[in-house]
Design a protein around this ligand. Sequence first.
Ligand SMILES: N[C@@H](CCC(=O)N[C@@H](CS)C(=O)NCC(=O)O)C(=O)O
Length: 332
Amino acid sequence: MRRINGLAAICRAVEGVAAAPSVAGNLVRHHRLVQAALSTTTNNGSLSRSNWLSCNRTAAGQSTSAAAHAVGGVILFSVAASAIGVEAHAKEPVQSEFRPKDVVLYQYEACPFCNKVKAFLDYYDIPYKVVEVNPLSKKEIKWSDYKKVPILMVDGEQMVDSSDIIDKLAKKIHPDRAVGSVADNEEKKWRGWVDNHLVHMLSPNIYRNTSEALESFDYITSHGNFSFAERIAAKYAGAAAMYFVSKKLKKKYNITDERASLYEAAETWVDALDGRDFLGGTKPNLADLAVYGVLRPIRYLKSGRDMVEQTRIGDWYARMEAAAGPSSRIQA
Ligand SMILES: N[C@@H](CCC(=O)N[C@@H](CS)C(=O)NCC(=O)O)C(=O)O
């Protein structure tokens, strides 16, 4: 029998969660239900139950992920909101020599890390194709040794890990950019905050209760690469699993009130802006793009709507939507 740490690791990708060691009766019972639900959904027989539930393995070879990881790594994506009423903040098309001819993003539509990369590509107006990865079979990235998304292929060069991808691209775009300045340090600090703090606020919020978990999975499954059968099963089983996982995550990250923590993070970010339009001043910097990217998947879910209603982040978010502008995604 799979241990609950497999279940907890469902959203490891999103949360960087180490597998939880304990087995709680309820969770195990629930996990069985989820397994049962998922095992009924293999539509062609080639996707075994363990594939469904175990889409990742730890170094020790333990199975670590599960449907909802698969699915749960996939937080959600934003519907691009219109920038009506927002002052004009434009994209910053690449001016340097760096003009990649062929950029392909392997992603889950709703993954916050993938959305971070997309926010960057959109803002710099770099055209990219998207290959939506099936989070259960991951057959689209079988060719790669790296088993997570995002993977970005830039003129044949494989780039992995959202922050590394952005560092590499930023270097190509601004090869002469000075490092070590106050602005540069500030940008680094807040990019770190996104990866180490902000992303951990997401899952506990979007899977906070059954209705929010279902809203999230409805979105995830309708925008991801799922077969019809997978979609139906993943929605209910994934939502149920992630509901429990989010409780574990709360504990792991010492979150008592997930909404309060999300609001606090939003306020912390607005304080960091210190009256500026963007952390980067009059233009977004990489930290602005990172915060915007990871929040995009939740912005139009209940948690994101609440966050915008209850905190001061809305104006900055609207400026970011205007700055990132329409997606530079092109047909694959
Ligand atoms: N540190 C990585 C984290 C990437 C990550 O964890 N991605 C998740 C999706 S949100 C993933 O692919 N998890 C593995 C899986 O789904 O099995 C980054 O910033 O790109």
